[in-house]
Design a binder for this molecule. Structure first.
Ligand code: PLP
Length: 430
């Protein structure tokens, strides 16, 4: 494959844009560096790059794209919004309509608020939890990504009950010292942290199904226990459903397990590909937010007509009969095909999959926490990534990311991908 135009554009980008990219994971650092591919256009399950190469896309823009690129129903909604004025700074009907749709789909949302990104949504839930409880400390789980605001760019201390340390330059120790990070799926560690800090905890931030060290489900009873222990301590449970809302079912991960948090943050899919975030939860908690309450949150772009229209259109497509069944069937076909190819060439992999999202880990053993995901073979993944790219299969450039299927992928796309994986494994085995 020829990538010369991508290379040219990347050299230009390096002169003008810091690191050449507008979000670090796009720089291919997770697969040993090199030139990222510059895409020109996208339709359905496919990308075409600036050199004219075609790809089957499994990046899904890191999660938002579930109905395929340039879906006609969403495109029509966006173009209507464009012609009608994209930003008013006043309330609109669309915001009411969308709020009602979200509330109907996710019953724990008694009140919602729209923002512009997943980061903003999660950040505000943390602020609101602090306002509601009058406490400052936060518990989160290691390896889970919650956006790039200060409180969540914090690493674990030396044990489950120890305070965190900054995970990025520019984050004050004082902020990190309000955050405790414990391993996901480790109830004993969570209990130890709650025993030590419980009466100072404002909120426990949970990705109910992890999407950020691959797709990792909670073990049986884990989420229920987290809820009970957190509530017993007078703290709030916050679900970060930025990836999971509408990914596995029409609704959220909380419905997959039949368990409700106090607040939920969303983003990605609910914007139909345009910038969006939303948060919501129990009415008495949400009433902490301005203009009703003392917790401030605002946004010039929040609830803008274009994002509202795209999000509503996306959820309309997802309400079609059979959407999630199709995603599950395709996901199962892909998982089984890849496992089968890997075993033919004796490449040790494991696959975590739920519905139309999966992660392929190189190495043996089941992955249920970050430590195990981190121990998976990154060099093998990087080689696989490049071998797949060369065959027109676009994966996320990191061993920690998920492959996201869309309603536009076909069985033929899946079979082509399995065949490409077989060739990649054969090369890796030789
Ligand atoms: N929460 C989770 C679970 C995410 O995966 C992400 C982004 O990947 C975020 C929050 C932050 O969302 P955004 O990138 O829209 O700010």
């Amino acid at each position: 494959m020829d990538f010369s135009k991508s290379k040219e554009l990347h050299n230009e980008a390096l002169e003008h844009i810091v690191g050449g990219v507008n979000s670090p994971s796009r720089a291919y650092k997770g697969v040993g560096g090199g030139t990222p591919v510059y895409m020109e256009h996208a339709k359905g399950a496919y990308f075409w790059d600036v050199d004219g190469n075609k790809y089957i896309d499994y990046l899904g823009a890191y999660g938002p794209i579930i109905t395929g690129h340039a879906h006609p129903h969403i495109a029509e909604a966006i173009s209507y919004a464009a012609k009608n004025g994209v930003l008013y700074g006043t309330p609109t009907r669309l915001e009411n309509k969308f709020a009602k749709i979200l509330k109907q789909a996710i019953p724990s949302l008694e009140k919602v608020r729209f923002v512009n990104s997943g980061t903003e949504a999660v950040m505000t839930t943390v602020r609101v939890a602090r306002a509601y409880t009058g406490r400052n400390k936060l518990i989160k789980f290691s390896g889970c990504y919650h956006g790039h605001f200060d409180s969540v760019l914090v690493e674990a201390g030396s044990g489950p009950a120890t305070l965190g340390t900054p995970d990025s330059a520019g984050i004050p120790e004082s902020v990190a010292s309000d955050v405790i990070t414990v391993p996901f799926n480790d109830l004993e560690a969570f209990k130890a942290a709650m025993e030590r800090w419980g009466n100072q905890i404002a909120g426990v931030l949970v990705e109910p199904i992890v999407g950020n060290f691959g797709i990792v489900e909670p073990e049986a009873g884990f989420l229920q226990a987290v809820n009970t222990i957190t509530h017993d301590a007078g703290a709030l449970v916050i679900y970060d459903e930025v990836i999971t809302a509408f990914r596995f079912t029409y609704g959220s991960a909380q419905q997959v397990y039949g368990i409700e948090p106090d607040m939920t943050a969303m983003g990605k899919i609910i914007g139909g590909g345009l910038p969006i975030g939303a948060y919501g939860g129990r009415k008495d908690i949400m009433e902490q937010v301005a203009p009703l309450g003392p917790a401030y949150q605002a946004g010039t772009m929040a609830g803008n007509p274009a994002s509202m229209a795209a999000g509503i259109a996306c959820l309309e497509v997802l309400q079609d009969v059979g959407v999630y069944e199709k995603l599950n069937d395709l996901g199962k076909r892909l998982e089984e095909g890849i496992l089968n190819q890997a075993s033919q060439y004796d490449i040790p992999i494991s696959v975590n999959r739920l519905c139309g999202a999966l992660t392929v880990y190189f190495g043996s053993g089941r992955i249920s926490n970050y430590e195990q995901a981190e121990a998976s073979d990154g060099d093998a993944f990087a080689e696989f990534f490049r071998l797949m790219l060369e065959q027109g299969i676009n994966l996320a450039p990191s061993k920690f990311e998920a492959w996201f299927l869309t309603t536009e992928h076909t069985e033929a796309d899946i079979d082509q991908t399995i065949e490409a994986a077989g060739k990649a494994f054969r090369t890796m085995a030789s």
